[in-house]
Design a protein around this ligand. Sequence first.
Ligand code: ZN
Length: 283
Amino acid sequence: MRIFDPHIHMTSRTTDDYERMAAAGIIAIVEPAFWLGQPRTSAGSFTDYFDSLVGWEPFRASQFGVRHHATIALNPKEANDPRCREVLDLLPRYLEKDGVVAVGEVGYDSMTPEEDEVFAAQLALAVEHELPALVHTPHRDKARGTERTLAVVAESGIDPGHVVVDHLNEVTVGLVRDSGCWLAFSIYPDTKMSPPRMVKILQEYGLERMLVNSAADWGRSDPLLTRATADAMLAAGFSDDDVDRVLWRNPVEFYGQSGRLDLSDVEQKEATFAGNSILRGGS
Ligand SMILES: [Zn+2]
């Protein structure tokens, strides 16, 4: 089984996680730029963080046979701090880099006017750089936040097929499906979405434009929940091909629109060796 986690914050994870992920078949990932818990007070902190996402972290991942890509943006929460606003001026330089496959995470946290402004500006950057956009939806007031998100996406003129709206649940899935955007679900240990709930959504809404991620970060989360969802799909009667579509081909198709997804290494390994145990050697 091969798994692509399209949203995971490896900066906050250990090498044990990389090792367990590779052993479970999670051999390609996208790490979106987000907030780090502790608020940053200057644009310089973002420069170092972005450099790490396109430099150090891909190297760390490669030691375990995991292919790492990044998305770059000023996140919705820190969009509210005027000291971080100049990050917008740093973005064009990063959006030209090879390992950057989208603009993200953008969107809403508390739905403030500052967030409106920064969200719209970054969707414009995605259009200008011909990149997809990864959109975070707020955890409070989710339905209203998702409606407003879709209105801003429509207004921006970006192709909805270039947009993934993330952290969806049973309440918001229908809204996003009708918009033409891609749909993403973060599987968490005890909030957001669980593997059994995810399986039900796939049974009801089908597999098209569906992405499943662990969104694992510095909070209570689990980088193996993409694999747990794949196993739950199989147990519920989905085929190996269905699992491959949701957990591999869909994220490859979405982020492949950047023209920068490079999976030659891991796909070759996958084709050469049956099973994933060989990846543990980190050769
Ligand atoms: Zn995230």
